[in-house]
Write a protein that binds this ligand. Structure first.
Ligand SMILES: Cc1cc2nc3c(=O)[nH]c(=O)nc-3n(C[C@H](O)[C@H](O)[C@H](O)COP(=O)(O)O)c2cc1C
Length: 192
């Protein structure tokens, strides 16, 4: 697909089939993440791919365990792809996706958050090109700030000075794929 067309096509998907993505596709998506622009050319972010539906669900539940909904009244994200903000009964912040990529970045590096989200953007676009649905997910730090999360970080040999900044959940859309979303007007200008 032509790049701008792909960008318009890509949507955040929160309804997934059980079907797992292939290892080759996950490797390609991670490779795309590693080619993201990165502050100072430091290539500091680390990406861990989990291609295991059970483990993905476990992490997804940790992702939402400490989510504070009390300050969200009145806001909503999507009617056709409802988020945890729209539906307070949801138990996983990963929406039943069978796979997830976790982007870790250095705790004390000034640009660690933008670095991680640049990786995520490359990954969701790569996924869309491969026909795989995705969604960027926040709350990296709190997801692993508990005993189960800390044990996973040790198992994966994540360096002490690294922190999870975001996730890209991956899988195949269950039901109708949403249409491109209309853009709000007057958000850009060009000065000559
Ligand atoms: C920084 C960032 C954080 C996000 N965090 C979440 C999240 O935690 N949960 C979620 O369901 N969607 C999350 N999203 C996805 C947005 O809700 C989504 O991009 C937005 O509603 C626009 O919809 P679209 O991606 O389909 O165009 C996040 C997106 C960004 C850029």
């Amino acid at each position: 697909m032509e790049l701008l067309e792909l960008m318009k096509y890509r949507r955040s998907i929160r309804k997934y089939q059980d079907w797992q993505i292939s290892r080759d596709d996950m490797e390609t998506i991670i490779e795309a993440g590693t080619y993201a622009p990165n502050a100072g050319g430091g290539q500091r972010s680390i990406i861990v791919g989990v291609r295991n539906a059970e483990l993905t669900e476990k992490i997804g539940r940790l992702n939402v365990a400490r989510f504070d909904r009390t300050r969200l009244s009145g806001s909503y994200v999507s009617t056709d792809q409802p988020s945890i903000i729209d539906d307070s009964t949801m138990k996983s912040g990963f929406y039943g996706a069978p796979a997830v990529c976790i982007v870790f970045a250095m705790k004390n590096f000034l640009y660690s958050i933008p670095d991680a989200f640049c990786c995520a953007e490359n990954m969701v676009l790569m996924a869309a090109e491969l026909g795989i649905s995705s969604c960027v997910i926040a709350r990296g730090e709190e997801t692993f700030d508990n005993e189960i999360g800390a044990a996973l970080l040790r198992e994966w040999n994540i360096p002490e000075n690294y922190i999870a900044r975001c996730f890209v959940i991956l899988g195949y859309c269950d039901g109708d794929y949403p249409q491109p979303k209309l853009r709000k007007a007057h958000r850009a200008k060009i000065i000559e």
